[in-house]
Design a protein around this ligand. Structure first.
Ligand code: NAD
Length: 334
């Protein structure tokens, strides 16, 4: 990027246009050569990278055993993901192949704000209202909404984002329930922690803010949906794999689920952040589910604000530099 003498080189993959200015600034600030590519990092590409460099990726480059072994062969020992989620990286394989990995961090406000917006869009039936006004239909029938002050919200996962969601929601006057394997003491005045089944039983709205692990994969399934209140609103601005898409579909069809606000859906890998306007859309589950009037589906964009993108790129670079210098960093995963 910037011309001059560089101390090292970093390859950045999955780089969007809106990240480039920030990469340019980081290159100049730290005297690093940064080579940007919009493509994903794949096993075919790794042998072509210069040795002794570092790589930065986003969430669509899968780093498994094969990729980790190839990175080791290239003497590439540092990897950053500019995302918060890191379920696309096999940390055990990375560790086995002596690759240090860090993720990124940005203020939780953007995703929390987006979650509140999703809740309100669902409660006020805004998708249907928008469709109608687009064709000059200003009728009210079927559009009556509900108010947050009368409702109970279950927040599953009270890490950085779940905590911010709880803080923002506390201004709306709703009752807040929460579940997490680690309770957050700073929320003691705002939420009541309860076992999951109790939350399913009591909550009008359930919002997911956990990472995707084996333990959380498909936690929203036929069984858990059956335990929820009839007409429950489910919001997922975390990871698609937390919910079984077929169970969500059955829940919407049976009206057990009253509305869905989903920024993420499992098997979104082939479509994520792509313009497929003129293509045949092959993701049948997604195409079917999103056509319902009470399903709001967005393009995995809860994170996407000016402030978050700047932090993601900055941490993507400083995380690598900190790991190289053996600095303690809370972002280091292995
Ligand atoms: P975090 O690590 O701060 O919080 C996660 C919380 O989940 C922690 O409190 C943890 O204890 C809890 N948890 C983990 N496993 C659990 C389990 N089995 N049962 C109960 N609780 C469990 O993460 P965060 O920054 O709040 O982000 C949450 C998730 O949101 C991320 O992992 C990421 O997948 C997703 N995310 C999505 C977007 C988007 O654009 N849609 C943006 C950022 C983050």
């Amino acid at each position: 990027m910037t011309k001059g003498v560089f101390l090292m080189k970093i390859y950045a993959f999955e780089v969007r246009e809106d990240e480039k200015d920030c990469f340019h600034l980081m290159s100049a600030k730290y005297h690093i050569e940064i080579e940007c590519s919009s493509a994903c990092l794949t096993s075919e590409k790794i042998p072509l990278l210069e040795k002794c460099t570092a790589v930065s990726i986003l969430g669509q480059s899968n780093i498994g055993e094969t990729e980790a072994a190839l990175l080791e062969t290239q003497n590439i020992n540092y990897l950053s993901t500019r995302s918060i989620g890191y379920n696309h990286i096999d940390l055990k394989a990375a560790k086995d192949h002596h690759i240090h990995v860090c993720n990124s961090s940005y203020a939780p406000n953007g995703v929390a704000d987006y979650t509140i917006m999703m809740i309100l869009l669902c409660l006020r039936k805004y998708k249907q209202a928008l469709w109608r006004t687009q064709c000059n239909d200003f009728s009210l029938d079927g559009l009556q909404g509900r108010e947050l002050k009368d409702l109970t919200v279950g927040i599953l996962g009270t890490g950085k984002i779940g905590t911010m969601v709880a803080k923002e929601l506390s201004g709306f006057g709703c009752r807040l329930l929460a579940y997490d394997i680690h309770k957050n003491p700073t929320l003691a005045d705002q939420v009541t922690y309860m076992p999951l089944d109790e939350i399913y039983h009591q909550a009008d709205i359930i919002t997911l803010h956990m990472p995707l692990f084996e333990s959380t994969y498909h936690m929203i399934n036929d069984d858990s949906i059956a335990k929820m209140k009839k007409g429950v609103v489910i919001i997922n601005c975390a990871r698609g794999g937390l919910s079984d898409v077929h169970a969500l579909t059955r829940g919407i069809e049976s009206e057990q689920i009253g509305a869905l606000g989903i920024d993420v859906l499992e098997n979104e890998e082939d479509i994520i952040h792509k313009n497929l306007k003129t293509d045949i859309f092959a993701n049948r589950d997604m195409a079917y589910l999103r056509q319902f009037k009470n399903v709001v589906h967005t393009q995995h964009m809860a994170f996407y604000t000016d402030s978050a993108v700047k932090s993601m790129v900055e941490h993507g670079i400083t995380g690598i530099l900190d790991m190289i210098q053996n600095k303690e960093t809370s972002l280091q995963l292995c």
